[in-house]
Design a binder for this molecule. Structure first.
Ligand code: NAD
Ligand code: DAU
Length: 354
């Protein structure tokens, strides 16, 4: 049995679906179901006894302690977080609560549970912290990619809150000996991605005939990884990672945002052509994100060398699968665009366009 937190979100849900497709080991899935949590994504597991879903907060110490005692998991994998940089700029409070206070409470409940385990279970227990490359800050064009020894220089309330939680995780290993593993991953994309993030927003807006809002000059660089490759890396870290270590995870696909948007347009032009012209005509350059990090890039040689992990998808194969998935699943997209989603889009894109 493993305990996954945030398993109704984009990466967590992909992880749970892939896990149960490959293993019979049950999953307790603790998720608060914020705007980003979506039970629809987990619909195929509704009657699956291997999936125990619990609606709740990682910051609810009594709830987490009760779950640990009842289910006796061998690992906690912490995906739960507020994850959207733009939201962290307009309202940072939830990021502090979940990413810092919530992770602290989860760690503390985990530590108390772990301390009471018999020796063998104690030695095998793992706490995996799913973190981000954004904690390292922004790279200059000629800088080498982020390695695990890069200094933390977070620039947004989101990345600062993730950096804080990573430091707490580190401290719980150093001080108490809790067997923790931290992963710092690049930008993910793929199925079930909430359409507030760049790639799904572009697909959904393009199909709806709306503008494709590119911040600033569109030359900010991200390193893109297909979500299922992130999930396979986390499984590998859980299986073979060395407690106390951190592992950077990336796809080796550094691309400026405008190239990503053009790649999405080209695929849509091929797979779902407009009446006339290209989806590119919908691109609109708007006001930049405040404090926008210019470039991220991941050096993933450590996880390749020490754990033998490498991604299965190239950007070209992954983005094609992703665009096709959105074309094949219009109902998922429609239902995820709830009132709360519409309110966010209205507020965000009025502000940033101004
Ligand atoms: P997401 O926003 O899609 O999902 C987050 C999930 O956490 C949601 O289901 C939400 O309901 C849940 N949640 C939020 N607060 C909670 C709380 N207090 N208690 C319990 N559940 C709570 O995020 P994602 O993109 O799937 O990211 C998952 C993790 O991976 C995050 O920790 C994020 O920092 C990290 N990460 C994301 C990316 C990326 O590109 N998306 C890249 C690297 C790392
Ligand atoms: O690098 C890992 C991080 O990737 C994760 O830790 C975060 O949880 C995840 O949200 C993601 O952060 P980004 O800010 O990089 O992702 P986002 O999809 O919001 O934006 C990607 C790039 O595209 C970024 O440079 C901002 C730009 N952008 C984004 C949106 C939503 C636009 O130009 N227009 C947009 O409308």
């Amino acid at each position: 049995m493993i305990l996954v937190t945030g398993g109704a979100g984009f990466i967590g849900a992909n992880f749970v679906l892939d896990w149960l497709a490959k293993h019979d080991e049950p999953v307790v899935n603790l998720d608060k179901l914020t705007y980003a949590g979506n039970m629809e994504t987990l619909a195929s597991l509704q009657d699956d006894p291997r999936h125990i879903f619990v609606k709740g907060d990682i910051g609810d110490s009594a709830l987490v302690a009760g779950l640990l005692t009842r289910h006796q998991p061998r690992a906690i994998i912490n995906f739960a977080a507020e994850s959207h940089v733009d939201r962290s700029i307009s309202s940072p409070e939830d990021f502090i609560q979940t990413n810092i206070v919530g992770t602290f409470r989860l760690l503390e409940a985990g530590r108390q549970f772990w301390a009471g385990l018999p020796a063998e279970a104690k030695a095998g227990f793992r706490f995996v912290q799913v973190s981000t490359d954004e904690v390292y800050g922004s790279l200059q064009p000629s800088d080498p990619a982020f390695s695990e020894t890069n200094r933390y220089e977070p620039n947004s309330p989101y990345s600062a809150s993730k950096a804080s939680s990573d430091h707490l995780v580190r401290a719980y290993h150093h001080t108490y000996g809790l067997p923790v593993l931290t992963t710092n991953c690049a930008n993910n994309y793929g199925p079930y991605h909430f359409p507030e993030k760049l790639i799904p927003l572009m697909i959904v807006n393009a199909l709806a005939g709306k503008q494709l809002p590119v911040y600033g000059d569109g030359q900010q660089v991200r390193d893109w990884l297909y979500v299922k490759d992130h999930c396979s890396a986390i499984r590998r870290v859980l299986e073979a990672g060395k407690p106390g270590e951190t592992y950077n995870i990336g796809g080796g696909n550094e691309k400026p945002n405008i190239d990503i948007v053009h790649a999405v347009c080209a695929l849509l032009d091929e797979l779902r052509p407009r009446g006339s012209g290209s989806y590119r005509e919908q691109v609109s350059f708007i006001k930049d994100r405040p404090g926008h990090d210019r470039r991220y890039a991941i050096d993933a040689r450590k996880i390749a060398r020490e754990l033998g992990w490498k991604p299965a998808e190239t950007f070209e194969t992954g983005i094609r699968k992703t665009v096709q998935w959105y074309l094949d699943n219009p109902d998922w997209v429609l239902r995820v665009q709830s009132g709360a989603y519409r309110d966010w889009v209205k507020a965000q894109y009025v502000t940033v366009a101004a």
